[in-house]
Write a protein that binds this ligand. Sequence first.
Ligand code: SF4
Length: 410
Amino acid sequence: MTAMKTEPNYFRASLGMKQEIAPAIAADYHSGIVDWMRANGNVLPLDGITFRLAKEFGFCYGVDKAVDMAYETRLKFPDRRIFLTYEIIHNPSVNNRLKQMGIEFLSGALKGNLTFDDIGPDDVVIMPAFGVPAEYLQQLRAKGSVLVDTTCGSVVHVWKRVEKYAKDGYTSLVHGKALHAETLATVSQAQKMGGHTIVVLDKNQAQLVCDIITGDAPPESIAQLGPMSLSREFDPRKHLDKIGVANQTTMLANESLEIAAMIGAAMEKRHGRENLPAHFRSFDTICSATQERQDAIVDLVQSGHIDMMLVIGGYNSSNTGHLLDIAAATLPAWHISDAAEILSATELRHQPAHEKVRVTATDWLPKRAVSIGLTAGASTPNKAIGEVIERLAELRGVEIPAEILAFKKT
Ligand code: SF4
């Protein structure tokens, strides 16, 4: 990675225009309400409706950096074509804003007509916070374009871990979503070193792997995980002998730890305790921002101060989905992408946990005095949270004081 930093056409950090982009970033993503709440104990008490924010929520350091770099790129290269390989982060409003700024998407929901083949040496290509697969980066380098790589440092940390596993002859077992951009990039890092990989989504899939390791299930049953979860020519008879565990940075932290413990126990059963270090390694690679947001929502739902939770974020955002899982285990909780999902005081369009379709809840908001907890995934701007609060206040016929709406932290 060090060599990359010195290349004139390869940017891995700020392009040096942070001050220049600050007004645009504030205009697009700032919320006076959220800043005011942060300065006032994370609580906004209004007549008959109180809002309480989790202690940690919204844009993480990796997303902050990626969005800043995209804005800087637009400013630094006003006359060049700029491409984004995929959504920069999993938030529709941020991606739409980049599209409005003339940035062309090469894949995903906002993909335009231009393709990878259209990229030339005069173009600029931005890579998202999740990173891109190693072979894709190689192809981009061959184009000679300017590359702006916003891959989060915490993702790179996981890459280093699986590279090391591969170097040492361990198969990387990744707790993650096989088709998630970050996990695709992560497994590619192990594979480029000649390592094998296996992705497990949850404890059920991990149990299947454990059963194969211990001989309680036939090796062929590995096929149940699907081809996208296994490296090419994965042979369970050979490639489950040495395993290193890692995880997508945004998974449910407790589940990742449990999966690591399950695999460790299975390896111990197969190889014996004394031989375990030679066959099993594990590192928790959940990023600190994900961990802090998950811890904060536990604190909020257990505080006894809220009646329900709204979790705000893109529907394809892994970390947002996990925040919903945590909240819904204790309280009524809904995942909404933005304020537009609040159709009326009685109707709320939302995406239930582990489902891919939106449904409409009715009578979700009690008419009595209510305290609503709020959090947002790591790719959700404060502005989206503020708009949800404004929408709910409006439906309750409550005015938010102008000084709160206009609040700016100093
Ligand atoms: S969620 Fe974690 S890994 Fe992902 S961009 Fe944010 S800080 Fe980086």
